[in-house]
Design a protein around this ligand. Sequence first.
Ligand code: S3P
Length: 426
Amino acid sequence: MSRVIVSSANSFSLRVSEIAPDKSISHRSVMFAMLASGTSEISNFLRAEDTLNSLNIVKNLGAVIEDDGTIIKISSNGLKESSEILDCGNSGTGMRLFCGLLSSADGHFVLTGDEYLRRRPMKRVTLPLRDIGAKLDGRDGGELAPLSIRGASLKAFNYESKIASAQVKSAMILAALRADGVCTYVEPELSRDHTERMLMGMGANIKVDKLKTTITPMEGLLSPLIIKIPADPSSAFFFAVAASIVPNSNIVLEGITLNPTRIEAFKALERMGANITYEVVDNKYEPIGNISVKYAPLKAIVVDENISWLIDELPALSIAFACAQGESVVKNAQELRVKESDRISVVVAGLRACGIEVDEYEDGYKVVGGELKKGVVDSDGDHRIAMSFIIAGLKCGMEVNDLDCINTSFPNFFELLQKITKVELS
Ligand code: S3P
């Protein structure tokens, strides 16, 4: 599957309960099960490439896994050295969190990934972990995978991170759980907090005070994780944008995590004028519920704060910018350049290919709302770019190339899209 031609859509009204399960929580669920005594039970696990790679890695690390296709049961007797190279595929979350988890494990481990992941910066985790005694290395002084890790004893730390990154925070929290004393981690802006919520739910002694997290190392093991993974707001957001740009449409997205660190993009869309409501129906580790989105004409906004809360959704939000009245601006978003692709330059190139006027900055871009035109866009191997421009096609038709990446996070994306428009895949 390397090319899709999407047709423009007529107004639609849908209720969707099949949005892909949350990727961040799925990765964490299988990793954290390795810290528990007894059997963890995970249902609605995301069966997509990124998270299946994490599941395979924990299997290589000695987890006993029973999977009946609905519930994955994981029991562990501690992390075991593996004779396999541990392949994280496309996933920065996988690689960075495994660095934290394995830094204190007994043995030698090698982490690698696909061509895109092997280009992404890893010093943000390898350097602070080395500072506390971890033995990690990689190309370019520990910046680039493949990475090698030899487990070591870790010293307690007080670390102040310059980047608001849940991946860095999570790697350091996982290291802290095995350090030789109480640790603190401070971040410049609150990043997504699934790690803290889930580990606290498993009985870890973690305290969060605004931007400061205090972690007391584990004594023994944690309680097993029993979790039904909610749907992923970052995946749901593509369909929220769809309903906001196709006149007279509406959609209800069910079973989504409503964790405040994850729904900022919906809030941004609301600021643009979309009609959005939230209904909490459950609360386990995080609030979970339904998001309803109704079409309304959109106006431009400036996005320059809480960037880490909408970092994964900015490509899709940019499609809404292109359909809005006025000039939308994204600033302080240099992190976008080191995601699965350089999302600033790829979004800018994609919008230009669709006839939209865009200015590029080092840390963001400006989009002048106008009329999207059918274009040909290449995803650059980035799932979120591919899905964003496919959604743009609902407005004007679109050809998007290089689509295998969609399997990293949202394998049933086209099945859902076909409820809205005609899709020709080749
Ligand atoms: C993630 C954190 C974010 C996000 C990524 C998933 C996570 O990355 O972009 O898709 O699960 O912790 P950063 O923490 O590097 O911003």
